[in-house]
Design a protein around this ligand. Structure first.
Ligand code: COA
Length: 149
């Protein structure tokens, strides 16, 4: 008899009110001294980590599965981000394959005490959904409208 506590490999049911999350994921952080390099600006690896984390949340919300990062490209560090800034990450699924999701992540730098805000970094992450055996598993197809096409 199957153990009721064991996870099932069946895909999660998608009822009309549980359709894939296609909205934006937004996460805000303060840039404290522990996150910076010797120039006093956000360390590139730290920015990458924040962006990967936002991509992970966006992809997980979309498919409600385990996901792992498979590939990243088009990383751009356009502007340095001084210590004491805020960073807001905006991540959204822009494309789906059979088992993969492409997530565009934008990182905005925001001043603490003024309205100054600019797009500082962008990156495109490919994440793959996995079943309970760790194998790639199909994700719901993204509607063209949600992809902005
Ligand atoms: C994710 C993993 C299970 C996929 O295994 P795999 O053998 O590459 O699987 P597949 O060849 O079936 O590819 C799976 C998907 O990734 C896509 N993919 C593979 N290589 C890719 C690449 N270089 N760039 C973009 N997409 C890629 C495939 O096109 C496929 O997507 P699709 O089904 O939408 O067409 C395996 O690569 C893995 O475990 N990687 C390590 C992940 C990890 O540890 N990440 C860091 C921590 S989160």
């Amino acid at each position: 008899m199957p153990d009721a506590a064991l996870p099932t490999s069946a895909p999660p049911a998608l009822t009309p009110h549980l359709r894939p999350f296609t909205g934006e994921t937004r996460v805000t952080h303060a840039v404290f001294p522990g996150h910076t390099n010797h120039h006093g600006t956000l360390f590139g690896g730290e920015a990458l980590s924040l962006m990967d984390s936002a991509a992970f949340i966006a992809a997980t919300r979309y498919c409600r599965r385990k996901v792992v990062t498979r590939h990243l490209d088009a990383m751009e560090f356009r502007h340095p981000i001084p210590q004491g800034s805020l960073v807001e990450l905006v991540a959204r699924v822009v494309r789906t394959g059979r088992t993969s999701m492409t997530v565009l992540v934008e990182l905005f730098r925001e001043a603490l005490y003024t309205d100054e805000r600019e797009l500082a970094c962008t990156g495109t992450f490919t994440l793959v959904a996995l079943d309970d055996q760790g194998q790639p598993v199909a994700v719901p197809a993204l509607e063209p409208r949600a992809a902005g096409r």
